[in-house]
Design a protein around this ligand. Structure first.
Ligand SMILES: C=C(O[C@@H]1CC(C(=O)O)=C[C@@H](OP(=O)(O)O)[C@H]1O)C(=O)O
Length: 353
Protein backbone atom coordinates (compact mmCIF):
# COMPACT_ATOMS: atom_id res chain seq x y z
CA UNK A 1 0.00 0.00 0.00
CA UNK A 2 2.83 2.43 -0.67
CA UNK A 3 0.88 4.33 -3.32
CA UNK A 4 3.55 4.85 -5.96
CA UNK A 5 2.22 2.37 -8.53
CA UNK A 6 -0.76 2.63 -10.87
CA UNK A 7 -2.41 0.17 -13.27
CA UNK A 8 -3.00 -3.58 -13.24
CA UNK A 9 -1.45 -5.06 -16.40
CA UNK A 10 0.15 -1.93 -17.86
CA UNK A 11 1.60 -0.95 -14.52
CA UNK A 12 3.73 2.08 -13.71
CA UNK A 13 5.78 2.93 -10.64
CA UNK A 14 7.15 6.47 -10.38
CA UNK A 15 10.09 7.48 -8.23
CA UNK A 16 12.12 10.52 -7.23
CA UNK A 17 11.86 13.92 -5.60
CA UNK A 18 12.01 17.48 -6.96
CA UNK A 19 15.51 18.20 -5.61
CA UNK A 20 16.80 14.63 -5.53
CA UNK A 21 19.14 13.21 -8.14
CA UNK A 22 16.46 12.15 -10.63
CA UNK A 23 12.77 11.46 -11.22
CA UNK A 24 11.39 8.69 -13.39
CA UNK A 25 9.26 5.64 -13.91
CA UNK A 26 9.35 1.87 -14.33
CA UNK A 27 6.68 0.58 -16.72
CA UNK A 28 5.97 -3.12 -16.29
CA UNK A 29 3.58 -5.12 -18.46
CA UNK A 30 4.06 -3.16 -21.67
CA UNK A 31 3.40 -5.39 -24.71
CA UNK A 32 6.49 -6.22 -26.82
CA UNK A 33 7.20 -4.91 -30.32
CA UNK A 34 5.84 -1.40 -29.81
CA UNK A 35 8.04 1.02 -31.73
CA UNK A 36 9.28 3.63 -29.32
CA UNK A 37 12.00 6.25 -29.67
CA UNK A 38 13.51 8.76 -27.30
CA UNK A 39 11.84 11.48 -29.43
CA UNK A 40 8.38 9.98 -28.77
CA UNK A 41 8.96 10.43 -25.04
CA UNK A 42 10.78 13.76 -25.32
CA UNK A 43 7.99 15.35 -27.37
CA UNK A 44 5.57 14.81 -24.48
CA UNK A 45 8.07 15.83 -21.80
CA UNK A 46 8.75 19.10 -23.65
CA UNK A 47 5.07 19.93 -23.35
CA UNK A 48 5.24 19.45 -19.55
CA UNK A 49 8.64 20.91 -18.74
CA UNK A 50 9.15 24.12 -16.76
CA UNK A 51 10.33 27.35 -18.40
CA UNK A 52 8.05 27.18 -21.46
CA UNK A 53 6.78 30.75 -21.27
CA UNK A 54 6.25 33.76 -19.00
CA UNK A 55 3.33 31.95 -17.35
CA UNK A 56 5.29 28.88 -16.21
CA UNK A 57 7.93 28.39 -13.54
CA UNK A 58 11.34 29.64 -14.76
CA UNK A 59 13.19 26.63 -13.25
CA UNK A 60 15.54 25.81 -16.13
CA UNK A 61 15.34 22.05 -16.63
CA UNK A 62 15.94 20.36 -19.98
CA UNK A 63 14.03 17.33 -18.72
CA UNK A 64 15.91 15.12 -21.14
CA UNK A 65 14.79 11.50 -20.87
CA UNK A 66 17.11 8.51 -20.67
CA UNK A 67 15.65 5.11 -21.49
CA UNK A 68 17.57 2.65 -19.33
CA UNK A 69 15.88 -0.65 -20.14
CA UNK A 70 13.11 -2.51 -21.92
CA UNK A 71 13.66 -1.09 -25.42
CA UNK A 72 15.89 -2.84 -27.98
CA UNK A 73 16.51 -1.70 -31.55
CA UNK A 74 13.69 0.83 -31.23
CA UNK A 75 11.04 -1.60 -29.97
CA UNK A 76 9.72 -2.57 -26.57
CA UNK A 77 10.84 -6.05 -25.52
CA UNK A 78 8.08 -6.88 -23.01
CA UNK A 79 10.48 -6.37 -20.10
CA UNK A 80 10.37 -3.48 -17.57
CA UNK A 81 11.01 -0.10 -19.16
CA UNK A 82 12.90 2.29 -16.89
CA UNK A 83 13.00 5.95 -17.92
CA UNK A 84 14.54 8.79 -15.97
CA UNK A 85 15.26 12.49 -16.05
CA UNK A 86 18.07 14.00 -13.97
CA UNK A 87 17.25 17.10 -11.92
CA UNK A 88 19.79 19.84 -12.46
CA UNK A 89 18.51 23.36 -11.74
CA UNK A 90 17.45 22.95 -8.13
CA UNK A 91 18.13 25.66 -5.59
CA UNK A 92 17.54 23.84 -2.36
CA UNK A 93 18.72 26.77 -0.25
CA UNK A 94 15.60 28.66 -1.40
CA UNK A 95 13.70 26.16 0.73
CA UNK A 96 15.73 26.34 3.96
CA UNK A 97 13.28 28.93 5.34
CA UNK A 98 10.44 26.38 5.33
CA UNK A 99 12.51 23.54 6.80
CA UNK A 100 10.60 23.84 10.08
CA UNK A 101 7.39 25.42 8.75
CA UNK A 102 4.36 24.21 6.84
CA UNK A 103 3.49 26.16 3.69
CA UNK A 104 -0.29 26.72 3.57
CA UNK A 105 -2.00 24.70 0.85
CA UNK A 106 1.01 22.43 0.33
CA UNK A 107 1.51 18.81 1.41
CA UNK A 108 4.13 19.86 4.00
CA UNK A 109 1.76 19.47 6.96
CA UNK A 110 0.35 16.06 6.05
CA UNK A 111 3.66 14.51 4.89
CA UNK A 112 5.31 15.58 8.15
CA UNK A 113 2.45 14.39 10.36
CA UNK A 114 2.27 11.06 8.51
CA UNK A 115 5.98 10.21 8.20
CA UNK A 116 7.62 12.34 10.92
CA UNK A 117 10.19 13.38 8.31
CA UNK A 118 9.92 15.27 5.03
CA UNK A 119 12.15 16.27 2.15
CA UNK A 120 11.17 19.94 2.20
CA UNK A 121 13.32 20.84 -0.85
CA UNK A 122 10.95 21.84 -3.66
CA UNK A 123 8.12 19.87 -2.09
CA UNK A 124 10.13 16.62 -2.33
CA UNK A 125 7.96 13.76 -3.51
CA UNK A 126 4.79 15.88 -3.49
CA UNK A 127 6.27 18.18 -6.16
CA UNK A 128 4.68 18.18 -9.58
CA UNK A 129 8.06 17.05 -10.92
CA UNK A 130 6.92 13.56 -9.97
CA UNK A 131 4.56 13.73 -12.96
CA UNK A 132 7.55 13.45 -15.32
CA UNK A 133 7.44 9.67 -14.88
CA UNK A 134 3.73 9.60 -15.72
CA UNK A 135 4.28 11.61 -18.89
CA UNK A 136 7.10 9.24 -20.00
CA UNK A 137 4.86 6.19 -19.44
CA UNK A 138 1.90 7.99 -21.02
CA UNK A 139 3.93 8.59 -24.19
CA UNK A 140 4.22 4.81 -24.62
CA UNK A 141 0.52 4.35 -23.83
CA UNK A 142 -0.32 6.97 -26.46
CA UNK A 143 1.67 5.05 -29.10
CA UNK A 144 -0.24 1.86 -28.28
CA UNK A 145 -3.55 3.72 -28.44
CA UNK A 146 -2.66 5.25 -31.78
CA UNK A 147 -2.23 1.72 -33.19
CA UNK A 148 -5.70 0.95 -31.84
CA UNK A 149 -7.19 4.07 -33.45
CA UNK A 150 -7.66 5.95 -30.18
CA UNK A 151 -6.56 9.56 -29.69
CA UNK A 152 -6.59 11.53 -26.45
CA UNK A 153 -6.67 15.34 -26.35
CA UNK A 154 -6.63 17.61 -23.33
CA UNK A 155 -6.92 21.38 -23.32
CA UNK A 156 -7.53 24.33 -21.03
CA UNK A 157 -11.25 25.06 -21.06
CA UNK A 158 -11.37 27.78 -18.44
CA UNK A 159 -9.04 30.01 -16.41
CA UNK A 160 -10.76 32.07 -13.73
CA UNK A 161 -13.91 33.34 -15.45
CA UNK A 162 -12.58 33.11 -19.03
CA UNK A 163 -14.08 30.18 -20.90
CA UNK A 164 -13.05 28.68 -24.28
CA UNK A 165 -16.07 28.68 -26.58
CA UNK A 166 -14.64 27.63 -29.92
CA UNK A 167 -13.01 24.18 -29.57
CA UNK A 168 -10.42 23.88 -32.33
CA UNK A 169 -8.06 20.95 -31.60
CA UNK A 170 -5.47 22.36 -34.02
CA UNK A 171 -5.20 25.54 -31.94
CA UNK A 172 -4.23 23.79 -28.66
CA UNK A 173 -0.47 23.59 -29.21
CA UNK A 174 -0.30 26.97 -30.98
CA UNK A 175 -0.65 29.04 -27.83
CA UNK A 176 1.19 28.88 -24.48
CA UNK A 177 -2.03 28.38 -22.50
CA UNK A 178 -2.97 25.22 -24.49
CA UNK A 179 -6.46 26.59 -25.00
CA UNK A 180 -8.38 25.48 -28.14
CA UNK A 181 -9.93 28.95 -28.60
CA UNK A 182 -7.44 31.55 -29.89
CA UNK A 183 -9.34 34.58 -28.57
CA UNK A 184 -9.92 33.06 -25.13
CA UNK A 185 -6.26 31.92 -24.98
CA UNK A 186 -5.07 35.51 -25.30
CA UNK A 187 -7.39 36.69 -22.52
CA UNK A 188 -6.33 33.75 -20.32
CA UNK A 189 -2.67 34.54 -20.90
CA UNK A 190 -3.13 38.20 -19.94
CA UNK A 191 -5.13 37.24 -16.86
CA UNK A 192 -2.48 34.75 -15.68
CA UNK A 193 0.27 37.35 -16.22
CA UNK A 194 -1.58 40.02 -14.28
CA UNK A 195 -2.22 37.61 -11.41
CA UNK A 196 1.46 36.65 -11.43
CA UNK A 197 2.37 40.34 -11.15
CA UNK A 198 0.21 40.52 -8.03
CA UNK A 199 2.21 37.60 -6.57
CA UNK A 200 -0.94 35.49 -6.60
CA UNK A 201 -2.16 32.42 -8.51
CA UNK A 202 -5.29 31.20 -10.28
CA UNK A 203 -7.18 27.93 -10.89
CA UNK A 204 -8.50 26.40 -14.10
CA UNK A 205 -10.63 23.72 -15.72
CA UNK A 206 -9.14 21.22 -18.17
CA UNK A 207 -11.23 19.09 -20.53
CA UNK A 208 -10.09 15.71 -21.86
CA UNK A 209 -11.61 13.99 -24.90
CA UNK A 210 -10.72 10.43 -25.95
CA UNK A 211 -11.85 9.55 -29.47
CA UNK A 212 -12.08 6.08 -30.97
CA UNK A 213 -12.45 4.17 -27.68
CA UNK A 214 -14.23 0.88 -28.54
CA UNK A 215 -17.42 -0.28 -26.81
CA UNK A 216 -16.76 -2.54 -23.82
CA UNK A 217 -13.84 -1.19 -21.78
CA UNK A 218 -14.52 -1.07 -18.04
CA UNK A 219 -15.01 -3.68 -15.32
CA UNK A 220 -18.18 -3.25 -13.30
CA UNK A 221 -18.84 -2.69 -10.54
CA UNK A 222 -15.87 -1.26 -8.61
CA UNK A 223 -13.52 -0.95 -11.57
CA UNK A 224 -15.83 1.06 -13.80
CA UNK A 225 -13.92 2.86 -16.54
CA UNK A 226 -15.11 6.24 -15.26
CA UNK A 227 -14.13 5.34 -11.68
CA UNK A 228 -10.60 4.45 -12.77
CA UNK A 229 -10.32 7.58 -14.90
CA UNK A 230 -11.49 9.69 -11.95
CA UNK A 231 -8.84 8.08 -9.75
CA UNK A 232 -6.18 8.69 -12.41
CA UNK A 233 -7.15 12.36 -12.68
CA UNK A 234 -7.46 12.87 -8.92
CA UNK A 235 -3.92 11.50 -8.52
CA UNK A 236 -2.59 14.56 -10.39
CA UNK A 237 -1.37 17.22 -7.92
CA UNK A 238 -3.80 20.15 -7.37
CA UNK A 239 -6.92 18.44 -8.76
CA UNK A 240 -10.07 19.29 -6.79
CA UNK A 241 -12.96 17.94 -8.86
CA UNK A 242 -13.74 15.65 -11.79
CA UNK A 243 -16.91 15.29 -13.89
CA UNK A 244 -17.98 13.31 -16.95
CA UNK A 245 -20.29 14.40 -19.76
CA UNK A 246 -22.94 16.71 -18.31
CA UNK A 247 -21.30 16.18 -14.90
CA UNK A 248 -22.67 18.43 -12.16
CA UNK A 249 -25.02 20.02 -14.69
CA UNK A 250 -27.25 16.90 -14.49
CA UNK A 251 -28.89 18.55 -11.51
CA UNK A 252 -30.49 20.99 -13.97
CA UNK A 253 -31.77 18.30 -16.32
CA UNK A 254 -34.78 16.02 -16.63
CA UNK A 255 -34.33 12.33 -17.48
CA UNK A 256 -36.04 13.08 -20.77
CA UNK A 257 -33.24 15.52 -21.64
CA UNK A 258 -30.31 13.67 -20.10
CA UNK A 259 -30.85 10.15 -21.48
CA UNK A 260 -28.83 9.61 -24.61
CA UNK A 261 -31.30 8.22 -27.16
CA UNK A 262 -30.14 5.47 -29.48
CA UNK A 263 -30.93 5.12 -33.18
CA UNK A 264 -29.94 2.41 -35.66
CA UNK A 265 -26.97 4.64 -36.55
CA UNK A 266 -25.82 5.04 -32.93
CA UNK A 267 -26.27 7.41 -30.01
CA UNK A 268 -28.07 10.70 -30.69
CA UNK A 269 -26.19 12.57 -27.94
CA UNK A 270 -23.39 12.01 -25.42
CA UNK A 271 -24.55 13.52 -22.14
CA UNK A 272 -23.09 10.48 -20.36
CA UNK A 273 -19.55 11.37 -21.48
CA UNK A 274 -18.74 8.02 -23.07
CA UNK A 275 -19.62 5.38 -20.46
CA UNK A 276 -22.82 3.58 -19.48
CA UNK A 277 -22.78 1.37 -16.39
CA UNK A 278 -19.05 2.01 -16.13
CA UNK A 279 -18.39 0.50 -19.59
CA UNK A 280 -17.28 2.53 -22.60
CA UNK A 281 -20.17 3.12 -25.01
CA UNK A 282 -18.12 3.81 -28.13
CA UNK A 283 -18.90 7.53 -27.86
CA UNK A 284 -16.13 9.99 -27.03
CA UNK A 285 -14.98 9.86 -23.42
CA UNK A 286 -15.44 13.43 -22.20
CA UNK A 287 -14.25 14.52 -18.77
CA UNK A 288 -13.40 17.80 -17.11
CA UNK A 289 -11.47 18.55 -13.97
CA UNK A 290 -10.78 21.56 -11.77
CA UNK A 291 -7.27 22.42 -10.61
CA UNK A 292 -6.71 24.76 -7.73
CA UNK A 293 -4.64 27.94 -7.86
CA UNK A 294 -1.03 26.91 -7.06
CA UNK A 295 -0.33 27.11 -3.34
CA UNK A 296 3.03 28.89 -3.77
CA UNK A 297 2.23 32.62 -3.72
CA UNK A 298 4.07 35.80 -2.79
CA UNK A 299 1.30 36.95 -0.47
CA UNK A 300 1.89 36.47 3.24
CA UNK A 301 -0.29 33.72 4.75
CA UNK A 302 -0.65 32.41 8.29
CA UNK A 303 0.77 29.04 9.27
CA UNK A 304 2.60 27.19 12.04
CA UNK A 305 6.06 25.75 12.66
CA UNK A 306 6.61 22.03 13.34
CA UNK A 307 6.52 22.99 17.04
CA UNK A 308 3.07 24.49 16.63
CA UNK A 309 4.09 28.15 16.87
CA UNK A 310 2.24 30.59 14.68
CA UNK A 311 4.14 32.24 11.83
CA UNK A 312 3.66 34.02 8.50
CA UNK A 313 4.84 32.52 5.19
CA UNK A 314 5.53 34.03 1.79
CA UNK A 315 6.42 31.30 -0.71
CA UNK A 316 9.41 32.73 -2.53
CA UNK A 317 11.24 30.97 -5.36
CA UNK A 318 10.16 29.92 -8.84
CA UNK A 319 6.56 28.88 -9.33
CA UNK A 320 3.68 28.64 -11.80
CA UNK A 321 0.93 31.29 -11.41
CA UNK A 322 -1.43 28.75 -13.06
CA UNK A 323 -0.45 25.13 -13.64
CA UNK A 324 -3.10 24.39 -16.27
CA UNK A 325 -0.93 24.65 -19.44
CA UNK A 326 1.54 22.11 -18.03
CA UNK A 327 -1.17 19.81 -16.66
CA UNK A 328 -2.57 19.24 -20.17
CA UNK A 329 0.08 16.62 -21.15
CA UNK A 330 -0.14 15.04 -17.68
CA UNK A 331 -3.90 14.57 -18.04
CA UNK A 332 -3.47 13.05 -21.51
CA UNK A 333 -0.88 10.68 -20.04
CA UNK A 334 -3.10 9.54 -17.16
CA UNK A 335 -6.14 8.97 -19.39
CA UNK A 336 -3.98 7.07 -21.91
CA UNK A 337 -2.55 4.85 -19.16
CA UNK A 338 -6.05 3.88 -17.99
CA UNK A 339 -7.29 3.18 -21.52
CA UNK A 340 -4.32 0.93 -22.37
CA UNK A 341 -4.60 -0.92 -19.06
CA UNK A 342 -8.34 -1.47 -19.49
CA UNK A 343 -7.86 -2.54 -23.09
CA UNK A 344 -5.37 -5.18 -21.95
CA UNK A 345 -7.63 -6.33 -19.09
CA UNK A 346 -10.51 -6.73 -21.55
CA UNK A 347 -8.28 -8.70 -23.97
CA UNK A 348 -6.94 -11.05 -21.28
CA UNK A 349 -10.40 -11.94 -20.05
CA UNK A 350 -11.77 -12.54 -23.54
CA UNK A 351 -8.84 -14.58 -24.88
CA UNK A 352 -8.51 -17.28 -22.23
CA UNK A 353 -10.67 -19.88 -24.07
C1 LIG B 1 10.28 22.31 -11.62
C2 LIG B 1 9.00 22.07 -11.72
O1 LIG B 1 8.07 22.75 -11.02
C3 LIG B 1 8.32 22.99 -9.67
C4 LIG B 1 7.17 22.46 -8.89
C5 LIG B 1 7.15 22.93 -7.51
C6 LIG B 1 6.24 22.26 -6.60
O2 LIG B 1 6.19 22.62 -5.40
O3 LIG B 1 5.50 21.35 -7.03
C7 LIG B 1 7.94 23.98 -7.06
C8 LIG B 1 8.92 24.62 -7.94
O4 LIG B 1 10.16 23.98 -7.78
P1 LIG B 1 11.52 24.82 -7.58
O5 LIG B 1 11.30 25.72 -6.44
O6 LIG B 1 12.56 23.79 -7.32
O7 LIG B 1 11.78 25.57 -8.86
C9 LIG B 1 8.51 24.48 -9.40
O8 LIG B 1 9.47 25.06 -10.22
C10 LIG B 1 8.48 21.04 -12.62
O9 LIG B 1 7.26 20.76 -12.54
O10 LIG B 1 9.24 20.49 -13.39
Amino acid sequence: MAGNSFGRIFKITTFGESHGKAVGVVVDGCPPNIEISKEDIQRELDRRRPGQSEITTPRAEKDEVEILSGVFEGKTTGTPICMLVYNSDFRSKDYSYIKDKFRPGHADFTYYKKYGIRDYRGGGRSSSRETIGRVCAGAIAKKILRKLGVSVYAYVLRVGDIVAKNIDFDEIERNPVRCPDKEAAKKMYDLILSIKKEGDSIGAIIEVVAKGVPVGLGEPVFDRLNAELAKAIFSIPAVKGVEFGQGFNVVNMRGSENNDEISSKGFLSNNAGGTLGGISSGEDIVLRFAIKPPSSILISRKSITIDGEECEIITEGRHDPCVAPRVVPIAEAMVSLVLVDYYLIDRVRKNIF
